[in-house]
Structures are given as structure tokens and as C-alpha cells.
Design a protein around this ligand. Structure first.
Ligand code: B12
Ligand code: SF4
Length: 586
């Protein structure tokens, strides 16, 4: 089921609401010395194609955004710990200036759920009277908030609260809690009193539990969909979050100081930045339009330019990735951003001469922007990730056909922007179809010929919060286990075949490997040395090397699963995962 929307006209916060809240909190912050740790959960078993490099070389924007919001509100004693860099971190060992923090926050994607739970479990080892308030958030929690609470007497640990929204929801919560908090009282105790007094019910975007005496949840309360921030220029600056990162280490505890600014760019050479949010398409397998309540939100070109300049100057970051769902979604807005970025100055020169960036857009919208691709190149845009899915439209139709995909790729290449196609393999798609573009290999060949230097091939996997999610489970599409091995969250990244009605699902698993091998291989590497597809000479062969390395990991991790699909008994779900206790919506 898709996430519910607020009533029409009430989806967005009033303009200025975020700015006012930030100002009010700064006044409150002087009276409350809060310390907080924000952890990004990361399951290292997910390290393979298509994102083997970007997954650890970009400090994720979600935890940084929460850190920026805390620092901006006056809570400078905040540390961001990335599971990507600190895999042995244990919340029970965390101290800031020698003390346990008041807040422990954890962010997770669905595929990193196991790590998210391990972090919460460890935080719950802290004696209850000293335990920080535990708040979970991020893409996992947005769609399945119930999964971070304690239900099982054998595993009596869980978060105190789930935030299903963004920065505003957290800051709104802090304001309420700090107004409730008595001098010297712990945040956990203030939270319990505020919850019992019903004070949280007016903050949309929360899920909290009513628990029994042993702390097990008996009922969950959902305060409803958040109001979204419409003007993203009101967000705190991302530079604040970059200054709070914990340095990579093998230790369970935290260092006394965060990573010095001059070392940030070395560990996170790629900076992900929120530029726009939302997409006007309505692909049935995608949760994004409903999450955004069918709104399209954006920063101004001026603000984006300022963010890039500041991150370049303060942290030495010169590669950026727009965390957009579809950057070209609103043509007018995209042109405004591009034209402003083109003229943005940096240290006496132009930003475009130093910084490079990439983002995501659809084929259809790229064609609609054809007159502006030259400007896009002039801003430093060098790569565009495009959800081509299945070019014949057998899976979804969003304006992509072999002809217009070729046309969009040609236009991009003409301007020196590398097209990076993302394909979605599915049961109805054969591996190869002689003379027709329907087959997976046929499409990979066509895309390479059209100029792709990178490739993503994922198996169609039902996404929580999408329209077809429940049906996929109810219809027996989704695999629960194969050969006795249960499907675990880290396997839900589309690299493993976990949803298929094909007679021989292992074929789908091998098809994905075949498509990657066809694209990334030593022969193509050699050819790319002499006939590169990218304008910058070493980019194409570099992508081949990275691709072959990633393919090695993909093969190593998924081959065992392919064997189980071949020889093992396949058990299927009959209903989707859901909350074990009633979830009451306010
Ligand atoms: C950039 C991006 C990537 C980059 C990430 C680079 C990096 N290290 O940062 C790359 C390309 C590596 C990537 C890879 C993948 N991605 Co991705 N990615 C995105 C994208 C487009 C933007 C993410 C982002 O930066 N958003 C901006 C930040 C600010 O938003 P946010 O993280 O949601 O955080 C906000 C709120 O969630 C909340 N919040 C977050 N954490 C917390 C914590 C607390 C305590 C609180 C209170 C609030 C809170 O507040 C934040 C501020 O507003 C999103 C879609 C989207 N528009 O968000 C998909 C998305 C995150 N990706 C997704 C997926 C599925 C994947 C892959 C599995 C795809 C694949 N099959 O390979 C891989 C996983 C790789 C891995 N091993 O982790 C899904 C996750 C779905 C889910 N339910 O978990 C998303 C949501 C897209 C979708 N389908 O809806 N991705
Ligand atoms: S075009 Fe992409 S972001 Fe938009 S609804 Fe379809 S899959 Fe989701």
C-alpha cells in the first residue's frame, strides 16, 4: 500500500514555518545542553554492483541532514557515525565529552535493517536510567516503522520512537520535549511524560508505542503523515553536517573529536546534495510519488550554488550527486537552477571549472530538456542516471522506447554528459531475443552502443510503500526462503532474485550476471582504451575496471543463492510483513 497523503492543500508546511522553528529552538537550546549521536546503519553484505564505490565514498545525506538540523538548532555536541566507516561501533560504548549522549538516533534503509536492529539492541544494553532516548528514522522506518519496536519477550529491546518524516518532524518533537523537560531530567523521561500527556499527538510524522510493564509494545500510535517542507532553501546548510562526522575507525567507541574538515573530502569525495524531491510519474512499483504526497519540491539555483561552493572550500569536495528522484521533472525549475549554476563564482573563477556533478532523470524529461543540455554541461553536469527499466515498456511505460532512449543518449553524449542507464529485469523478459529489442542482452547491447559507460541491472523487487507491494505478497510472487535459507533484508536490493513466478527463477539470477558480464569484461576494457565512450579519456576504461571489480563481488555474493534457487525448495509468502500489534492512526 502507498503511504497516505494529507488532505489536499495541507501537504506542505506554511512558508517560513521551518525558519521560525529553527529560531525558536536556538532560544531553547541555550537552556538545554543536549548531546546526540546519529548512526547510519550499513550492512556490508550489500557491497556489490551497481554501487560498490558510491556506497562507502559518500557520507549519506540523511544522517548529515539530521546532524545539520541539530547543529543549526544550537546542539553542536552532535556526532554522526557511519556504519560504512565504523563497522565495529557500539552505541553502548559511545561517550561525548566523557558522558553518554541524551539522544541516540539511527537511520536505516530497508536493506540495512539487520544492522539497524543490532545498533538499537546494543543501545538497549545501557542501563534504563542512563539510556539515551532512542529515535529511529530514514527510508526503512518511513515505510515500516513498526519493525524497530520491541514485541518479543525473547528480544525485549527496541527504539522509543520512530520518525516517519524529515528534519522538521524531529525539530518539532525536540521543541515539545524540551518544553516538557524539567531541569536535569533525562530526555527519555521527558519523552515518556510528553507521550502520556498526549503532547506528541499533534506532531505528524511520529510512531510511538504504548508498552506493558516489561517494555514490550502492546499498541503503536501513528500521528499521521508529515507536512512536507515545500521550499527546500529553508533547510539548514549541509556544511554543518559534514563537520560532525566520526573519522573511520575499527573502534567500538567514539573519538574525542570529529573528522577534521581537511580530511572529509578524502573519505567522502562524493557529496550527495538534496536539490529537488518528487516525481510526477506514477510507476506502480515505486514509492516515491506517494512519499512526496505528489508534491515537487526544490531548492533555488542560488542556494545549490552556495552549497557546492561552501563544501568545496570547507571540505575539498568537488564531486556532487543530486539526491533527486527526477531532476528534470519541472522544466522551468531545472532551467532556473542550471542557469544560476552556470554563472556561480568560486574563488575568482567559476564553480563549473572545479566542480562536477551527476543526478537522476527520466528519458522522457531529458528529451523535453534537449535545448538546455548544453547549459547543463556548462554547470559541470557530467553524468545522468536514467531509469530505462525495460525499453519495450513491458514492465512500465514512462515515455521510454528504444528510439527515444537512443535519441536522449545521443543528445547527452553530444554535450559530453554520460548517460548511465538503470534496467529492471523481470519475469517476462527473456535473456536474448534475436532481431528484437525485448531481451535483456539486446537492451544492454543497444545501450552500450548508444554510449552508456555504466550500467545497473536489478531484478524487479517489490518496494514497501509502492502500489503493488501487498498484491505481490498475496499472489505468491515473493520468495520467503530457498533451500532453507530465508530471504533477509540485505538481500532485498534487487541483486538477488527474491520475487519471481518464473518456472526456473535461477535463470533470472544468472541473467543478471550475464548482463553485467556482457557489459563489464576485459575485452570491452581493451576496446575502451582505444574507442572510449566518454569524452574524458580514462573515464570509460575506469568504469570498466570498477565494474569488473564490482561484478566479482556480485558473483561471490549471489552465486550461492542461485544454487539454492536451482536445487532447493522454494517457499513463498502469502501476506506482506506487518506490525504484530495494532497500529492506531490518529
Ligand atoms: C542517493 C541515493 C543513493 C546513493 C547513496 C549514496 C550515499 N552513500 O549517500 C547510492 C547510489 C549509493 C544508492 C544506492 C542504493 N539505493 Co538509494 N537512493 C538515493 C536517493 C536518490 C537519495 C538519498 C538521499 O541522499 N536522500 C536525501 C536524504 C536527505 O533523504 P533521506 O535519506 O530519506 O533522509 C531524510 C529522512 O528519511 C529523514 N531521516 C533519515 N534518517 C533519519 C534518522 C532519524 C533519527 C530521523 C529522525 C530522520 C531521518 O530525514 C532526512 C532528511 O530529510 C534515494 C531516494 C530519495 N530521494 O531519497 C534512494 C533510496 C534511498 N535508495 C534506495 C535503494 C533501494 C538503494 C539500493 C538498494 C539500490 C540498489 N538496488 O542497489 C542501493 C543500496 C546501496 C547500499 N549498499 O546501501 C531506496 C531505499 C528504499 C528503502 N525503503 O530503504 C531509496 C529511498 C529510493 C526508493 N526506491 O525509494 N542510493
Ligand atoms: S519515474 Fe522513477 S521516480 Fe518517478 S515514479 Fe517512476 S520509478 Fe519512481
Amino acid at each position: 500500500m502507498e503511504l497516505p497523503c494529507r488532505v489536499r492543500g495541507d501537504e506542505l508546511l506554511p512558508p517560513g514555518a521551518m525558519t521560525d522553528l529553527r529560531r525558536r529552538l536556538r532560544l531553547l537550546a541555550g537552556r538545554h545542553e543536549l548531546a546526540s549521536v546519529i548512526a547510519c546503519s550499513f550492512d556490508h553484505r550489500t557491497r556489490m554492483l551497481p554501487f560498490i564505490f558510491a556506497d562507502t565514498r559518500a557520507a549519506p545525506a540523511g544522517v548529515r541532514a539530521i546532524g545539520s538540523a541539530m547543529a543549526d538548532a544550537g546542539f553542536a555536541r552532535t556526532r554522526i557515525v557511519l556504519g560504512q566507516w565504523n563497522r565495529h561501533f557500539q552505541p553502548s560504548q559511545m561517550r561525548l565529552d566523557g558522558n553518554l549522549p541524551d539522544l541516540f538516533m539511527v537511520s536505516s534503509m530497508q536493506i540495512h535493517t539487520a544492522q539497524c536492529k543490532a545498533l538499537i539492541r546494543d543501545a538497549c544494553r545501557i542501563e534504563p536510567s542512563r539510556r539515551p532516548l532512542i529515535i529511529a528514522g530514514g527510508p526503512k522506518v518511513i515505510y515500516e516503522p513498526w519493525d524497530v519496536f520491541a514485541f518479543d519477550p525473547a528480544q525485549p529491546w527496541g527504539a522509543d520512537l520512530a520518525v516517519t518524516g524529515e528534519e522538521y518532524v524531529l525539530l518539532n518533537l525536540l521543541e515539545v520535549l524540551l518544553n516538557f523537560r524539567a531541569g536535569g531530567e533525562s530526555m527519555r523521561s521527558a519523552f515518556a511524560r510528553a507521550r502520556d500527556a498526549g503532547a506528541l499527538n499533534d506532531i505528524p510524522g511520529l510512531v510511538y508505542a504504548h508498552a506493558d510493564k516489561s517494555g514490550l509494545a502492546e499498541e503503536l500510535v501513528d500521528t499521521g503523515p508529515q507536512r512536507l517542507l515545500g521550499d527546500l532553501d529553508e533547510l539548514p546548510h549541509p556544511a554543518l553536517g559534514f563537520a560532525l562526522l566520526e573519522a573511520p575507525s575499527r573502534k567500538a567507541a567514539l573519538a574525542s573529536q570529529p573528522l577534521p574538515p581537511d580530511r572529509v573530502g578524502r573519505h567522502s569525495p562524493l557529496g550527495t546534495l538534496v536539490l529537488t524531491a518528487g516525481c510526477r510519474f506514477g510507476c506502480p512499483y515505486c514509492p516515491i510519488p506517494a512519499y512526496n504526497q505528489r508534491q515537487f519540491r526544490s531548492k533555488s539555483g542560488q542556494r545549490i550554488g552556495d552549497e557546492m561552493v561552501r563544501l568545496y572550500n570547507e571540505f575539498g569536495i568537488r564531486y556532487f550527486f543530486g539526491a533527486d528522484d527526477n531532476f528534470f521533472n519541472d522544466r522551468k525549475r531545472a532551467v532556473e537552477i542550471l542557469e544560476t549554476l552556470e554563472g556561480t563564482r568560486l574563488n575568482g573563477g567559476y564553480l563549473r571549472d572545479r566542480a562536477r556533478w551527476g543526478t537522476e532523470a527520466t528519458v522522457h524529461d531529458t528529451l523535453a530538456m534537449k535545448d538546455h543540455l548544453r547549459t547543463a554541461r556548462k554547470t559541470g553536469l557530467r553524468a545522468l542516471w536514467m531509469g530505462v527499466e525495460d525499453m519495450t515498456g513491458a514492465l512500465v511505460r514512462k515515455g521510454q522506447t528504444p528510439d527515444n532512449t537512443r535519441e536522449a543518449f545521443a543528445l547527452l553524449r553530444h554535450q559530453g554528459i554520460s548517460p548511465m542507464p538503470m534496467l529492471m529485469h523481470h519475469d517476462a523478459q527473456p535473456l536474448y531475443t534475436p532481431g528484437r529489442p525485448a531481451g535483456l542482452l539486446n537492451q544492454v547491447k543497444l545501450l552500450r552502443k548508444a554510449g552508456a559507460i555504466g550500467l545497473q541491472v536489478l531484478m524487479f523487487t517489490p518496494a514497501p510503500g509502492s502500489r503493488t507491494y501487498e498484491d505481490a505478497f498475496a499472489s505468491g510472487l515473493v520468495i520467503e526462503s530457498a533451500g532453507g535459507r530465508p530471504v533477509q533484508p540485505h538481500m532485498l536490493d534487487g541483486n538477488y532474485v527474491t520475487a519471481s513466478r518464473h518456472r526456473q527463477p535461477w535463470r533470472k539470477q544468472l541473467n543478471i550476471l550475464a548482463a553485467y558480464l556482457y557489459f563489464y569484461n576485459p575485452v570491452r576494457f581493451l576496446v575502451s582504451l582505444f574507442f572510449p565512450k566518454a569524452r574524458l579519456y580514462l573515464v570509460d576504461c575506469g568504469a570498466q575496471v570498477l565494474g569488473m571489480w564490482g561484478l566479482g563481488h556480485t558473483l561471490r555474493r549471489t552465486a550461492g543463492w542461485a544454487c539454492r534457487l536451482i536445487a532447493g525448495r522454494i517457499k513463498r509468502y502469502t501476506r506482506p510483513p506487518s506490525s504484530p500489534v495494532p497500529l492506531r492512526r490518529i
